[in-house]
Design a protein around this ligand. Structure first.
Ligand SMILES: *[C@@H]1O[C@H](CO)[C@@H](O)[C@H](O)[C@H]1NC(C)=O
Ligand SMILES: *[C@@H]1O[C@H](CO)[C@@H](O)[C@H](O)[C@H]1NC(C)=O
Ligand SMILES: *[C@@H]1O[C@H](CO)[C@@H](O)[C@H](O)[C@H]1NC(C)=O
Ligand SMILES: *[C@@H]1O[C@H](CO)[C@@H](O)[C@H](O)[C@H]1NC(C)=O
Length: 176
């Protein structure tokens, strides 16, 4: 049963390792959508109907010679002051990604060209992703049982079959 059972186990482990990738994907938000990062857009309105979850990304697209993306604290966000930045997210190409890797408020402004005074300021609250929809506690345990039996069909039975084939194959090889 040696090598084929091992192979079967390897196949199953590969599937199991791939399984967590089914989780909710991180989202990449293009700030301002098709209007991008520009003056005369109200980014409070842009953000107000959205939920930003941990590990999402903000994508800033803008005129690199005029604007930038500077992270500041709330006070400096309100007053459009970029003199004491928390972070400079600008990389120089006018295409910047901000990885929202902490659950907290992020305050981002354009500190140059008067962009912030023209409305280029964005505040987002990063939250933990919600549990899957309609996951009430009672349904949850049923779901788990179902998941395990599903697992049995998907993995355990193929393993048994592969192991049996492996055993027969090894027996065959012994005759050669
Ligand atoms: C942007 O919209 C928000 C929410 O409607 C409002 O409170 C705020 O005053 C607006 N900002 C500007 C600069 O108009
Ligand atoms: C933000 O930083 C400024 C210094 O640049 C400081 O005076 C202010 O208290 C800070 N505000 C907050 C909310 O931390
Ligand atoms: C932010 O970093 C970029 C790239 O390193 C640099 O070109 C730019 O001058 C910086 N901006 C500020 C305000 O520090
Ligand atoms: C989040 O990202 C920032 C900037 O890339 C990094 O300095 C920081 O260590 C990260 N924090 C966590 C908790 O991953």
């Amino acid at each position: 049963m040696a090598r084929f059972a091992l192979m079967a186990a390897a196949v199953v482990l590969t599937f199991l390792a791939a399984a967590p990738m089914i989780e909710v994907e991180a989202k990449k938000w293009t700030v301002g959508d098709t209007k991008f990062w520009n003056p005369n857009i109200n980014y409070t309105i842009w953000a107000q109907d959205k939920h930003f979850y941990l590990d999402d990304w903000l994508f800033f697209v803008y005129e690199r010679n005029q604007y930038n993306v500077i992270e500041v604290n709330e006070t400096n966000y309100r007053s459009c002051n970029s003199e004491n930045p928390i972070a400079n997210w600008s990389r120089g190409a006018g295409r910047d990604l901000v990885h929202l890797n902490v659950t907290r408020h992020y305050y981002l402004i354009s500190g140059s060209g008067g962009g912030c005074y023209g409305g280029m300021k964005l505040a987002v609250l990063v939250e933990n992703p919600p549990p899957p929809p309609d996951a009430s506690p009672s349904k949850n345990s049923a779901r788990r049982v179902f998941a395990i039996s599903g697992l049995a069909h998907q993995f355990v039975i193929p393993v048994a079959v592969l192991a049996a084939i492996g055993t027969m194959w090894d027996a065959l090889l012994r005759f050669w």
